[in-house]
Design a protein around this ligand. Structure first.
Ligand SMILES: *[C@@H]1O[C@H](CO)[C@@H](O)[C@H](O)[C@H]1NC(C)=O
Ligand SMILES: *[C@@H]1O[C@H](CO)[C@@H](O)[C@H](O)[C@H]1NC(C)=O
Ligand SMILES: *[C@@H]1O[C@H](CO)[C@@H](O)[C@H](O)[C@H]1NC(C)=O
Ligand SMILES: *[C@@H]1O[C@H](CO)[C@@H](O)[C@H](O)[C@H]1NC(C)=O
Ligand SMILES: *[C@@H]1O[C@H](CO)[C@@H](O)[C@H](O)[C@H]1NC(C)=O
Ligand SMILES: *[C@@H]1O[C@H](CO)[C@@H](O)[C@H](O)[C@H]1NC(C)=O
Ligand SMILES: *[C@@H]1O[C@H](CO)[C@@H](O)[C@H](O)[C@H]1NC(C)=O
Ligand SMILES: *[C@@H]1O[C@H](CO)[C@@H](O)[C@H](O)[C@H]1NC(C)=O
Ligand SMILES: *[C@@H]1O[C@H](CO)[C@@H](O)[C@H](O)[C@H]1NC(C)=O
Ligand SMILES: *[C@@H]1O[C@H](CO)[C@@H](O)[C@H](O)[C@H]1NC(C)=O
Length: 369
């Protein structure tokens, strides 16, 4: 049996209190509840060469567990339950790439609300971790990619992105307000989701302390991704700010419609292209991985504070095992909800309505946001 004994301190497990009193208007119903009890029966370990060509060796379950890189982590705050631990080798000099893991869900999703209780994430010089969704059943990027948590080195701000083939773009809602409320807390850095030649996709930077050591210092966060036909949005909740309906297992995120307490998401990708998102984000598979170096890190190594540690990322990652002791994921749980009979899109704000009503009529340039 997979088991590790490491101790974490600050945790609140989402979904432990599941009081349902039938008075909710939740448009969602729970379809999957991955916990430490079933996670390793529900996710496969990818152990081939890294498709992203980074400086990593992905281990299979048995090898990773034997090496202490995958298993359960105990937490005093969880009483006798465990969180899922996905780690990185921090003992060996590894000239052929640092060992870590990449796990991929056996279940795939379309329209859904994906709730991830992340207690700790990898960070530090040379790291490139991600929690993301990869569309299955056709070569990338035909069925899309949704990057929920991703970044490099010592970043403290998350990068959130969609990647697709041609025909998908999003509106810049960075400065849009609904009354006194911002539509989102992050900032769009690019609006064309087509990977094209640069593979940037449409992307936004998140709010402060949404990534890395700062994220971990808060005991992590609960990160929620909603996938619908014309809107994909991602919230990042600090532990003292988790909506009650979400904690109760009756999530109702459509605050524009009914004034629920979710507040602004980090990013709101509102379709501004000719096609619905449904044509481009299909069979989405959840993935957690920890990579090292690779094109993104290499592009910034020489201008980052990390460059003082070693001339190249690969020399740093290969030769400094002890630096990677904190490069691990600790996952309190992952729940997936799908729309129920009460589902309506809920995006009735006048600005969004205007954007969405114009779909397919003409290519739109969104001005004034
Ligand atoms: C998920 O399962 C855990 C463990 O069985 C349980 O405590 C929790 O309430 C469940 N979450 C939801 C949202 O039902
Ligand atoms: C359950 O009922 C209580 C009291 O009637 C109410 O405050 C609470 O919001 C309800 N919970 C949900 C999820 O509807
Ligand atoms: C742990 O147990 C204590 C005492 O029974 C209880 O108050 C607390 O809510 C429990 N914590 C969790 C996360 O279940
Ligand atoms: C997602 O939608 C596509 C297209 O309608 C369908 O073929 C596929 O089976 C759906 N996948 C899931 C996981 O429901
Ligand atoms: C950046 O990360 C390295 C380890 O990878 C660490 O030694 C250094 O203190 C970090 N710098 C900051 C400013 O956090
Ligand atoms: C939408 O279709 C128009 C007309 O075919 C085309 O010019 C435009 O580039 C398309 N927009 C996107 C984002 O592909
Ligand atoms: C917006 O905030 C101002 C100042 O706090 C307040 O007077 C006003 O009522 C608010 N408007 C709305 C629509 O909430
Ligand atoms: C989106 O709008 C914000 C603020 O209005 C601006 O700072 C940012 O550069 C814009 N992003 C893009 C990709 O146009
Ligand atoms: C829709 O909401 C009502 C309460 O508002 C609830 O009784 C009913 O079970 C919900 N329907 C579904 C399919 O969840
Ligand atoms: C908003 O509340 C109304 C009345 O309770 C309900 O009919 C509607 O379904 C709710 N909408 C959403 C998106 O929750």
């Amino acid at each position: 049996m997979v088991q590790l004994y490491t101790t974490l301190v600050v945790v609140i497990l989402l979904g432990v209190s599941n009081a349902q009193n039938g008075t909710s208007n939740s448009p969602y119903q729970l379809v999957k509840n991955y916990t430490s009890e079933n996670f390793f029966q529900s996710f496969d370990f990818f152990s081939g060469p890294d498709p992203s060509n980074s400086f990593v060796t992905y281990l299979d379950l048995d090898t990773a567990n034997d090496a202490g890189l995958a298993g359960y982590i105990s937490s005093s705050a969880l009483n006798d339950s465990y969180a899922v631990f996905l780690g990185t080798d921090f003992k060996n000099v590894t000239p052929d790439g640092r060992p870590s893991v990449r796990v991929q869900g056996r279940d795939w999703f379309n329209h859904s609300l994906i709730v991830a209780d992340i207690m700790h994430m990898p960070s530090g010089c040379g790291t490139w971790p991600a929690f993301w969704l990869l569309g299955q059943g056709a070569p990338w990027p035909r069925r899309g990619e949704v990057d929920i948590i991703e970044g490099i080195n010592n970043n403290s701000v998350n990068t959130l992105a969609l990647h697709s083939d041609a025909g998908v773009s999003v509106a810049n809602l960075t400065s849009l307000r609904h009354g006194n409320h911002s539509a989102m807390t992050g900032t769009f850095t690019s609006l064309d989701c087509d990977v094209g030649s640069s593979n940037v996709g449409c992307a936004a930077t998140g709010s402060p302390e949404s990534y890395g050591a700062d994220f971990n210092a808060q005991g992590g966060r609960v990160v929620v991704t909603e996938i619908s036909a014309d809107v994909i949005q991602i919230w990042s909740f600090e532990r003292d700010n988790i909506p009650q309906d979400l904690s109760e297992g009756l999530p109702n995120p459509h605050h524009e419609a009914n004034g629920s307490s979710w507040g602004a998401p980090e990013v709101k990708f509102v379709n501004n292209g000719n096609d619905t998102f449904d044509d481009h984000f299909i069979n989405l598979q959840p993935i957690f991985n920890t990579a090292f170096c690779g094109s993104w890190v290499e592009a910034f190594w020489h201008t980052s504070e990390c460059s003082s540690l070693a001339p190249t990322c690969e020399s740093y990652v290969a030769n400094n095992p002890a630096a990677f002791v904190d490069a691990y994921w600790a996952i309190g749980g992952l729940q997936v909800y799908e729309p129920n009979g009460n589902y309506t899109s809920g995006y009735s704000g006048p600005e969004l309505g205007r954007l969405l009503n114009h779909r397919r009529h003409h290519p739109r340039t969104v001005k004034g946001y």
